[in-house]
Design a protein around this ligand. Structure first.
Ligand code: MG
Length: 400
């Protein structure tokens, strides 16, 4: 049995992003339960300065050196002897492993979340996992290491938190199916021809959830749902053919578990990420909260449909790489991160995201067996470089 303290010291990696700021909201509403000991962000020095003043953490990390310099200049000696400011990506490891921290909230974006998460696990910190890419690229390594170190991986992703709640009091070996719900994103019902010309702005208008840019694009391509299928596979040790994705545009049911007798457990709630964040931080307890409630008298329809994996190929590719295992999910993720960044920068079209992912995967021979962090680092770097090469060739052809 893994022991989890009620009163916790926490570190937040990615404190200025969507999950990070909502985590601080949860902390604000339960100051008796949580102390923020460390915050880390990439480059948002102004927001970090405000968070520093409010929560007085022992350690503040800004990965970007210039942003850290700006912060140091502005605060001067104000926090001397109270808060240390560090910069560079190694400082994320320092924040993740700081003495006295019980739980690390990992809400960094993308592959960059893997190394600090692994370091935190090895330093016996529980993980409130909001960085799904960590399990996508290194699921086996992360889950094995967490089990060996007696560390809990508490999912913050709304679907996985729902599955986690549906599992309470139940037995994993009695699961017959995980049913992961999907909103379908802003382009549900569209054809491939419709998608050719969609803009970044249209992609960022998500119908039900307000999230960061990268995950919102991933939701539009259904890559996000694909990443979540792989994440669910590792979190709950369930084979891919027992993980079903169901489009549920209202995003009221956050996911379900069907058990061997046909009973289906579902977790419902408003589309507010503070609920899964708080549950991950207070588990196994529940705490009162003020956020909006579901009103079943006002609710109209709950509808369900099959995802269109031929148009939104992100989900289909994720099942393929997930089943292939080995380095393939890492290659998939690396290519996707580059493709999404290039799409957000206006350098490629929406459908090019799929092309970049598929061509990168096709170009790499799989490696299976035990995967080390070093190997995953080099495979991720390979995927990024290869994907960038495809972007250049698309642009050279005058494409967009
Ligand atoms: Mg999710």
């Amino acid at each position: 049995m893994i022991e989890i303290k009620k009163q916790k010291n926490i570190a937040i990696l990615g404190s200025t992003g969507s999950i990070g700021t909502q985590t601080l909201d949860v902390v604000r509403s339960h100051p008796e339960l949580f102390t923020v000991k460390a915050i880390a962000a990439y480059a948002s020095d102004e927001l970090v300065e405000k968070q520093m003043a409010e929560f007085l953490p022992e350690l503040v990390v800004l990965v970007d050196e210039a942003a850290a310099d700006r912060l140091r200049q502005r605060v001067g000696d104000k926090y001397k002897g109270k808060t240390e400011i560090l910069s560079g990506s190694e400082a994320l490891i320092t924040a993740a492993t700081l003495d006295g921290i019980d739980t690390v909230v990992t809400s960094l974006m993308g592959f960059a979340g893997l190394a600090p998460t692994m370091a935190a696990i090895k330093a016996h910190k529980h993980i409130a996992l909001a960085n799904k890419e960590t399990l996508v690229v290194a699921g086996e390594l992360v889950m094995k290491t967490a089990a060996a170190e007696g560390v809990a991986i508490l999912p913050v992703d709304s679907e996985h938190c729902a599955l986690f709640q549906c599992l309470e009091g139940e037995r994993r070996d009695k699961i017959s199916k995980l049913i992961v719900t999907a909103s379908g994103g802003p382009f549900r019902g569209k054809t491939t021809a419709d998608l050719a010309g969609v803009t970044v702005k249209e992609c960022l208008a998500h119908p039900t959830w307000s999230m960061g840019k990268k995950i919102t694009i991933d939701s539009a391509t259904l890559v996000n749902k694909g990443l979540e299928v792989i994440e669910a596979h590792w979190l709950y040790d369930i084979p891919y053919d027992k993980i079903q994705v169901v489009v549920h545009p209202q995003s009221i049911i956050h996911s379900m578990i069907e058990y061997v007798d046909g009973a289906v457990m579902a977790q419902l709630g408003s589309t507010d990420m503070r609920l899964p964040i708080q549950y991950a931080l207070t588990y196994p307890e529940r705490q009162a909260a003020e956020w909006p409630r579901l009103d079943f008298w006002q609710m109209k329809n709950l509808t369900f449909e099959k995802p269109d994996m031929d148009t939104f190929r992100g989900l289909k590719i994720a099942y393929q790489v997930g089943k292939a295992g080995g380095i393939m999910p890492c290659i998939f993720n690396g290519a996707n991160e580059i493709a999404v960044a290039e799409f957000l920068a206006g350098n490629i079209g929406f459908l090019d995201i799929y092309e970049i992912i598929e061509r990168t995967i096709d170009a790499r021979e799989n490696v299976t067996g035990e995967l080390s962090l070093e190997l995953l680092n080099s495979e991720d770097a390979w995927a990024r470089e290869y994907a960038r090469g495809i972007v250049s060739s698309l642009n050279a052809m005058g494409g967009k």
